[in-house]
Design a protein around this ligand. Sequence first.
Ligand code: OX2
Length: 833
Amino acid sequence: VESSIPEPQRDAWKKHTKKGFTTKDEFEDETVRHIETTLARSLFNCDELAAYSGTALAFRDRLIVEWNKTQQRQTFADQKRVYYLSLEFLMGRALDNAMLNVGLKDVAKDGLKDLGFRIEDVISQEHDAALGNGGLGRLAACFLDSLATMNYPAWGYALRYRYGIFKQQIIDGYQVEIPDYWLDFNPWEFPRHDVTVEIQFYGWVRKYQGENGKTKASWEGGEIVEAVAYDAPIPGYKTATTNNLRLWSSKAASGEFDFQKFNNGEYESSVGDQQRAETISAVLYPNDNLDRGKELRLKQQYFWCAASLYDIVRRFKKSEKAWSAFPDMVAIQLNDTHPTLAIVELQRILIDIEALEWDEAWTIVTNTFGYTNHTVMPEALEKWSVPLMQNLLPRHLQIIYDINMNFLQMVERKFPKDREMLSRVSIIEESQPKMVRMAYLATIGSHKVNGVAELHSDLIRTTVFRDFVSIYGPDKFTNVTNGITPRRWLHQANPRLSELIASKLGGYEFLTDLTLLNKLEQFADDKEFKKEWQEIKYANKVRLAQHIGNTTGISVNPKALFDIQVKRIHEYKRQQLNILGVIHRYLTIKAMSPEERKKLAPRVSIFGGKAAPGYWMAKTVIHLVCSVGEVVNHDKDIGDLLKVIYIEDYNVSKAEIITPASDISEHISTAGTEASGTSNMKFVLNGGLIIGTCDGANIEITREIGESNIFLFGNLAEDVEDLRHAHTYGNSFTLDPDLSRVFTAIRSGTFGDAARFNALCNSIVDHGDYYLVSDDFSSYVKTQELVDEAYKDQEEWVAKCIQSVSRMGFFSSDRCIQEYADMIWNVEPLVPQ
Ligand code: OX2
């Protein structure tokens, strides 16, 4: 194997190779050294942030050693690797995770204590890496954790946004967005200024006569932007495998800096060009489940796909294998349609640059890619305008047309004379302007398409991809139900629960084989165990109550039932149903006698989540929640019976505090709209029950934990269409009297200026109630009453929680990755010796 160091000098080199610390003393040594020399601080000016930085750098040194070895091992092993292309990786904090994964958190805790710091304070200094919107990005992060833990040779590829998802402030009950500049100090990333790729945009296509008289195409002109790689180590849990997440940053190509302008005194405009190049990776688009079709977004997508593919192809070419072996060495998974251009780019590389025949190239392409669909909602399915693409990526558009032509010819042979079918499945929508349907392109260019929960996968087979199922047969479409990593979402977020479970199961093996949790079931009636379980839940609620007190000034009683809905604010997720239910509860309590009130279980309704900055209705929902809180929380007559809290700036690190503290959490989307949901899994795994609709993974959670352990309500997906139809075309639309009373209260100004909530109320009462709030309201309210009843019997409640946790083994992202590896990628782990 090639090495840059000649044989005779390697011994000297090896003698000085560092392993990183293992003992407390070595940890302190390394941390103090970093604080004093790397950071130029001292005993006299070391604050918690400096302590965090020193600790992070000490751990980073340890990770790097294994990271380098892992990369070498994977190169020598010469086996298939997985590349996970995702525009979002919602990683959260890295230090705590690194400590637990390398098994040195206790060492660090003791060491930091020696140095005068509490480990919790140090950990909480870290800025979240918030390169994602919600579930889609967090899923990608859980997958990286599982891939490394299970020793799969795998890389993540994304963009190095300068600004992650915005920070949310709630000011006077309204959401305000603050930029998230997170790169000030990021010890986890390594700039690779030597790993750069030149990315082309715009220009034209030149046709020429190639060898043996064939017409060839070449993409020329336009402008060049440089992609620079930044790498972050991804440590597996209790394994030496440390994988790589590569983020691309854009900058002006070095040759492009306009010296002419510079010399002519046009300094400002030449710097302007630089900035324009840097804009590409500047900001994460803050939309969840919504496609806006902005040119800069398309630029981001191509920039990232082209840089990643160049990198992957370069790595493959080093192996000097034949092109036909490419799919045996490379599996590329497309996280939603955002990276679909990678399909076109690989085809372009193979035919225009590597001079393969179209068919040979296309076989390689389709055997390489897999596509994961995350939504059936039309407003989230990506389409790009043909004129936009023509301008930005002229050669790619031609290739898309050729892919489409070949595909339609195949369809025509299979379904002769079915013109309707051809126009339905065409990649090009014949609208004004014409649009490229990315989900179709992704499907045609991949060998497998998967949904993310059973219901969702059934829905895509019968709705968006229905025709494609008849064209390709059912086997191309499959399901991989989402999962979550138990390392972060149990062990890290809820260390005491993890420890209690370990004490019963005789160790922490369940963290890498979550099905072992089923051995807990036998303790569901164990008095002592249940008591400890309850104590832990209570302590977690106290912690959340403290956070709420510190951030909102409102004191909540940790003995009350904590009812939590935290996720992106979206009409389909129906936070409006939740808050309307809260208002109903408030009005009901107000009308109760003191005796009746005594029987009530006090509740804290907790909301959290960001609204896309341009999503006016979602912002109105936030405002309604805050306005209701303003009234209820200050109503002395109500006291502790009801509190309504909005937790500002919901993110991964807040989720780690919130999730372990719930008694009940809400997953109440209109049936058929939430593809899977993953926070439902997190809440149950942390010993909370859930109230939910028959949607997404709720259905499979019910199957696993049992119907008696979940509060299901509402209409079924199969009835949604008819109900919607009836709203618009039915004879009468009568509101449930309870819901009517709620609207009357809002409209009479009980929660402030009613005009602000007009559109929200009207969307339900007058404008078709697309998300079926009125249809599900009474069933929701009744089910919440069942929750109240059930909560009164704490013995039974805790037994339900324990039983549920013991049956959650299926929802580990390790199981998920195993399924992808076996069914879609066909890759093997590479276990370090
Ligand atoms: C989300 C889905 O809305 C959610 O249901 C799912 O759990 C998550 O992806 C992970 O699969 N953008 N975000 C999603 O879909 C899209 C599109």
